[in-house]
Ligand binder design. Structure first.
Ligand SMILES: [Zn+2]
Ligand SMILES: [Zn+2]
Length: 272
């Protein structure tokens, strides 16, 4: 009953490379969750390309998007398994306004003069599925994916995967209101084993970025404590946060919520 999370991209807003981000990594949001034989993917940032390069054989998988801001979809056209006819993917989005479809959003992103080829170049069987954040999805009989509305410009969806009596939550991009814990978030993460949370800023930085749609690692700690969630994974790092800065966050985090982690590219976490 394997239940694991692999981080392929942990960075927010824009990919970054170079010696100052080499340890935590510079790829934008992309996560792989394994529930036994079932593969669930979350977001299609630049990290998705590296995952694609490791996959072989015939793939049948679900890919859940938190939303369609550029850093969460820019890896989709570079995901090799989309170009292989034996594969089948269901792409899910729960944040779109009435009448808007995921197929259309992707088509407008992969469109001249912004992009050389349209989504019709994909050879895999692609299904685009819209839902309303708040619904519970069932990608398989043994897995439940609960969802909630997040507080983000253009909307975003938070996810909670439940499998084998355990749970992992993925909540990015979302902004908090200082002093007023987000009820949607508290409800979704209640008692969770692992909470991956938008930690773009520190509390001190947040004041400068009110309205940009992001939160802080300290708010993640407060939410996990209030909801009795076990472990926090600090995620969606600001590209300006270099390795030394994130080491500092990791030290503080270890004191505040033992067992918690600062996510980095390539990290695998067992959900237990
Ligand atoms: Zn983002
Ligand atoms: Zn966003």
């Amino acid at each position: 009953m394997t239940f694991s999370v692999r981080f392929w991209g942990v960075r927010g807003s824009i990919a970054c490379s170079g010696p100052r981000t080499v340890r935590y990594g510079g790829n934008t949001s992309s996560i792989e969750v394994r529930c036994g034989d079932r593969m669930l993917l979350f977001d299609g940032g630049t990290g998705l390309r590296y995952l694609g390069n490791t996959l072989t054989g015939s793939i049948d998988a679900d890919l859940f998007l938190t939303h369609t801001h550029f850093d969460h979809v820019c890896g989709l056209p570079f995901f090799k398994p989309f170009f292989q006819p034996q594969n089948r993917f269901r792409l899910w989005a729960g944040h779109l306004a009435e009448g808007m479809t995921l197929r259309r959003v992707l088509g407008e992103f992969m469109m001249s003069p912004l992009f050389p080829v349209p989504p019709q170049v994909f050879r895999a069987r692609m299904e685009y599925r819209e839902f309303k954040a708040g619904e519970t999805l069932r990608p398989g009989p043994e897995v439940a994916v609960r969802t909630a509305v997040l507080n983000h410009p253009d909307g975003a969806t938070g996810y909670r995967v439940e499998y084998a009596g355990r749970s992992v939550c993925y909540l990015t991009d979302t902004e908090h209101v200082p002093g007023a814990p987000d009820r949607n978030v508290l409800e979704l993460i209640a008692g969770a084993d692992l909470v991956i949370y938008d930690s773009m800023y520190t509390d001190a930085e947040y004041e400068t970025y009110t309205g940009w749609g992001h939160s802080t690692w300290q708010e993640g700690v407060r939410l996990c404590r209030a909801a009795r969630a076990k472990r926090l994974a600090v995620f969606h790092h600001d590209p300006e946060h270099d390795d030394d800065m994130l080491d500092g966050v990791a030290r503080e985090l270890a004191k505040e919520l033992p067992g918690s982690i600062v996510a980095r590219d390539g990290l695998v976490v067992e959900v237990n």
